[in-house]
Design a protein. Structure first.
Lengths: 421, 150
């Protein structure tokens, strides 16, 4: 009996076991070669590849449903509207928002941050107020706040990071005060991989009455997100980072905040009635969705989310962590390599520099072996300056990457280093 | 030899590792700073020009192998050339680098610079091979300036 149970448990576990080789078959692009070598795609922090389920959903939309949404009385318009709004429900439950109306479609995380900075920031910030960001923000979470600072007279404050690439929380505590009105922080750093303690940041910021925006561009695809549990006021992400199409993204915002915010853009769909004297705005989220939206993007994103849910983000995170640990160990074998970003809590990417070999030369020569990585400042110039490097090379992994690919990558790196000796 | 071996040939790797005329000229009649914000490349060019002839040249900076080697090799061909000759050389160099891979090119006019002909196979790297030259031209046009190339 005991043995049977054990076998049964084994069978269940076996069934649940994550089969990366099976998963890879879902991604058409992973079957192709680059210069007669199998593609090794390690540029997932820039954009992820798309499973055929997502590609099929977009093809299905254009071949069977294409029509403009809302207000149409004909069959196709209603069917397209249903799909588009159904996608919103899928996103809502994926991040566990309380209401569907809290999900605003945008072009991506960048537009979502700009929307908040412009609509919320310009309405509620005044001279002497402070906006708190961190040293490891992507340019998209720096520049919109600089623009709103210039317009309102609010001051931009920056939380520094330590040598490992972790936020110095004592500095965060010190910088936070009653003048702090907005805290905008990246959940996972795109150039360092650091997973930030956003729960702590949100709790602390709320004690001072500040609202918190979490940039989830690099977290949505790696770890489960529960916006109610986080209690963040805004959460933004891009569809293409989570195996969905480009040109679609999400702004989650607490309903009360969205209702208090003025529209970001004017146009069709965001109004209830228009006369030349007065326009009555539509209810949220439609108030923020002017013009014909990216319908196939929303549908594709929903399909990507379903795909990820099917595997399970906990399973994904656990596999990616194992892959990261393996890659970190293998790359550390090379004495010339210095890893930039060694936080205790890290997502599956490795930023590194090599003595006497510029990242662009590394990138070009890895490409020769069919390996795609990113080189440059990763839109985080302050981080580069913090570490005194002009650029880094970054290998970022997804759940469809394998340890065998890491081996090919490490061997290719070794070859490059000896070429430059 | 594939296009990658052509790009990273020995001469280029050697100049990357042991750049010639590396340093500062003080005093200098002309100088300029060039940046490529996209890759973080930074280069400074110092010149001494007398009677329209380049008497001496130095450079310093950081960058990829292609940008460093192109700066180094550039400094080795400039001395003794008139400004018109330099301008013509740059025009020929630029023409070869931006030509299509299957187009026939006249590398004879390029002399030592011919080792960079392989760069044309890598359009994103053309900027690397021309940053030093653009900075040089900037230095010659204005006496002291900062150039941003992206």
């Amino acid at each position: 009996m005991e043995k049977d149970l054990k076998d049964l448990k084994f069978a269940v576990e076996k069934k649940k076991e994550f089969d990366v080789y099976l998963i890879r078959q879902d991604f058409p692009i992973l079957q192709r070669t680059i210069r007669e070598k199998p593609l090794i795609y390690f540029d997932n922090a820039a954009t992820t590849q798309k499973p055929k389920q997502v590609i099929d959903a977009i093809v299905h939309y254009y071949s069977q449903l294409n029509s403009n949404i809302h207000r149409g009385v004909h069959y196709l318009s209603q069917a397209a509207t249903t799909e588009y709004e159904c996608a919103r429900r899928i996103i809502k439950s994926f991040i566990n928002a309380r209401f569907e109306e809290e999900i605003v479609y945008t072009r991506g995380a960048t537009e979502a941050i700009n929307l908040v900075a412009s609509s919320y920031g310009e309405t509620f910030l005044k001279e002497g107020d402070e906006i708190l960001i961190t040293y490891m923000e992507h340019h998209s979470n720096i520049v919109p706040w600089q623009i709103v600072s210039q317009k309102t007279g609010a001051k931009l404050k920056v939380v520094p990071i330590d040598d490992n690439g972790e936020l110095i929380l004592e500095e965060f505590d010190r910088l936070l005060n009653e003048r702090t009105k907005i805290v905008s922080v990246v959940h996972i750093s795109n150039s360092l991989g650091t997973i930030n303690p956003v729960e702590y940041i949100i709790k602390k910021a709320h004690q001072f009455g500040a609202v918190v925006l979490v940039d989830g561009s690099q977290s949505i695809q790696h770890i489960p997100i529960d916006v109610q549990k986080l209690d963040c006021d805004f959460f933004v992400f891009s569809g293409h980072k989570i195996y969905g199409p480009t040109g679609i993204g999400v702004l989650y915002a607490k309903k009360g905040l969205l209702e208090a915010m003025p529209p970001y853009q004017g146009g069709g769909d965001m109004i209830l009635s228009v006369t030349f004297e007065k326009t009555i705005y539509n209810v949220v989220p439609h108030k923020f969705e002017a013009g014909t939206p990216n319908i196939e993007g929303a549908i594709g994103l929903a399909s990507a989310i379903r795909y990820v849910q099917n595997i399970g983000l906990d399973v994904i995170f656990s596999y990616e962590t194992k892959l990261l640990n393996y890659a970190t160990a293998r790359i550390s074998e090379i004495p010339e390599v210095k890893i930039i970003g060694t936080a205790k809590n890290k997502a599956s990417l490795i930023s590194f520099v090599i003595d006497n070999v510029h990242p662009h030369d590394i990138g070009t020569l890895l490409d020769r072996d069919g390996i795609a990585i990113r080189t440059g400042h990763h839109c985080t110039e302050p981080v580069m300056r913090r570490y005194g490097v002009p650029a880094t090379s970054r290998a970022s992994f997804a759940f469809y990457n394998t340890t065998e690919e890491v081996d090919v990558f490490v061997n290719s790196l070794k070859k490059i280093i000896s070429k430059f000796k | 030899m594939d296009e990658f071996d052509l790009l990273y040939q020995e001469v280029i790797l050697d100049h990357n590792k042991n750049p010639r005329n590396f340093g500062v000229l003080d005093p200098a009649t002309h100088k300029a700073i060039g940046h490529n914000p996209l890759c973080g490349d930074h280069i400074e060019i110092y010149l001494n020009v007398e009677d329209n002839v380049i008497k001496d040249v130095r450079f310093k900076g950081v960058g990829c192998a292609i940008s460093k080697a192109s700066a180094s090799i550039m400094t080795t061909v400039l001395k003794g050339k008139t400004l018109d000759e330099v301008k013509e050389l740059f025009e020929n160099y630029h023409k070869v680098l931006t030509s299509k891979p299957d187009e026939p090119v006249d590398t004879e006019k390029l002399g030592k610079l011919a080792v960079f002909a392989g760069v044309r196979e890598f359009p994103v790297r053309v900027k690397c091979a021309t940053l030093a030259w653009h900075t040089l031209m900037e230095a010659l046009e204005k006496k002291d300036s900062v150039l941003k190339v992206d």
